[in-house]
Ligand binder design. Structure first.
Ligand code: SF4
Length: 488
């Protein structure tokens, strides 16, 4: 049964932080925010600071009451959140695996601490003591940080490029991307590709003007292989013609949906010099594939992978999702074993987000059963994959994932995906091309300017003149970045 919860704030402005802690225990919940301090007629969490130093938290949840006070003049935001966290652990009996850490980049926290002069062990201890992260998650974050640190960029002139092709054969039920099914959007493809090629040309000019070097190139979406082979060829040809890819360390095309992969498209990708592809079954259980709105079978996913191998692709990733509707622990274990038997070069294990799993969520958080199952799935991945030579190398958290869990990339040594690391690390400039793509210009002090392209293909096509005006903004930001690096 879904409940209403309210957050009542008195005498402080840490509303966002308090809400983030509460969401660890009640993910997917929409809280009623009572910033005027009024207590409503429903379950609530009250946080208060009075007389400058008295911190009070009161819980009135599911028929239980708890109240504590603490005196503190320092770090009141942390102290209040810590009190709330401890009380919610006691009241619910649930200990979030990432503790109080609510950000999406735990590994970055370790890397930044080491950059500031801490040893890795000191940085790990800080996460343990300050944020109450579990030993299992500390170990995972530490492993990822150690793999990533030597791979991080050394020069601001090295950049990533992301190209968006936002079309898919059908829309998966859990999808949170801007992707359009071919049924509704196929007619937009010719105009979209034409504009995309124009944007690639202008982006190539900017890269040359500012002496930037493409370090990694990622063509994603959507599913780039959803569009016809000739259209895909046109996009990849524009990238090779307009950008100098001679120093590019990694060139990925997502061939995500197995039902979009055929010999002709794989040949187009291979001949364009792509070094890595992703074939993403998500699950190898046919009934689950049907339940999530995919129109391919497990066997098609296996055949697509084998075809890519036969055609010479020696760096293939496969994505899986733990917690898909109707999946079970046994189903996930079977999928994992079958995927590992194919020996892809990397396997990324995502955890479904709660808002995409409304039905599951109801069951999960009010009966605590499905969550335990998803935890078993991710624990199985963490134990089985290293035994088969896959080590964790990147992770990120999304808001509202089932069980506050994470998405983890596992790879064989030397097959770690650079772009995935860089997008999470946020220390490299990434130029986004295509609809819904975002550009991030990173300055020396870590200051980041973001420029968003239009979100939907029809907007991108219809407002292309304004899109090009955004390139002037990009030029200004790159000039500013150059100046700030020169002054450093
Ligand atoms: S394949 Fe990916 S991008 Fe396409 S609909 Fe499914 S989840 Fe969304």
């Amino acid at each position: 049964m879904k409940r209403d919860y309210a957050l009542v704030f008195r005498g402080h402005r840490f509303c966002y932080e308090v809400q983030a802690v509460a969401k660890l225990f009640f993910p997917g919940e929409r809280f009623l925010l009572c910033e005027d301090g009024t207590v409503p007629d429903c379950d609530y969490i009250l946080t208060e600071i009075r007389d400058g130093s008295i911190l009070r938290v009161r819980l009135h949840l599911q028929g239980k009451e708890m109240e504590r006070e603490h005196i503190s003049r320092n770090e009141q935001e942390y102290a209040l959140c810590r009190m709330l966290f401890d009380m919610l652990v006691t009241m619910t009996g649930y200990q979030p695996p990432w503790g109080m850490l609510t950000g999406i980049r735990p590994v970055r926290k370790l890397v930044q601490a080491v950059d500031r002069g801490m040893t890795m062990e000191e940085a790990v201890a800080d996460l343990r003591e300050r944020y109450l992260v579990s030993e299992e998650k500390l170990h995972l974050a530490r492993q990822c940080a150690l793999v990533q640190m030597p791979m991080l960029p050394h020069s601001p002139k090295e950049i990533g490029v992301y190209v968006s092709i936002p079309f898919c054969p059908t829309r998966c039920s859990y999808c949170s991307f801007v992707s359009h099914s071919m049924e509704t959007a196929a007619r937009l493809i010719p105009a979209y590709v034409e504009k995309l090629v124009d944007e690639i040309r202008v982006t190539g000019e900017i890269i040359r003007e500012y002496g930037l070097r493409v370090h990694s190139l990622y063509v994603g979406g959507g599913t780039p292989t959803a569009i016809p082979a000739k259209a895909l060829q046109c996009v990849l040809a524009a990238l090779s013609q307009e950008m100098d890819l001679s120093g590019c360390r990694e060139y990925t095309v997502e061939a995500g949906r197995p039902d979009t992969i055929d010999r002709e498209k794989l040949a187009v990708i291979r001949d364009a010099g792509v070094s890595r592809i992703s074939v993403n079954p998500q699950t190898l259980q046919d009934s689950v594939l049907q339940a999530i709105g995919r129109r391919h079978t497990a066997q098609q996913a296996i055949e697509a992978f084998c075809l890519a191998r036969e055609m010479g692709f020696d760096d293939i990733n496969m994505d899986l999702i733990a917690g898909l509707p109707t999946d079970t622990y046994e189903g996930f274990a079977d999928t994992l074993a079958r995927v590992m038997s194919l020996c892809p070069d990397s396997i990324t294990v995502h955890t479904l987000t709660v808002k995409r799993a409304a039905a599951l969520y109801q069951k999960a958080y009010h009966e605590n059963t499905a969550i335990a199952e998803v935890e078993r799935m991710t624990a199985l991945s963490a134990s089985a994959l290293p035994v088969h030579g896959y080590q964790p190398y990147y992770l990120y958290r999304q808001k509202n994932t089932l069980g506050n869990l994470e998405n983890v990339g596992y790879a064989k040594s030397g097959k770690e995906n650079l772009y995935n690391i860089l997008i999470m690390d946020e220390t490299q400039t990434i130029l986004g091309v295509g609809c819904a793509a975002s550009t991030k210009v990173v300055c020396p002090d870590g200051d980041i300017t973001r420029i968003m392209n239009y979100k939907f293909p029809y907007e991108y096509i219809d407002r292309f003149v304004q899109m090009m005006e955004k390139k002037q903004e990009l030029r200004k930001r790159l000039a500013d970045m150059e100046t700030r690096y020169a002054e450093k």
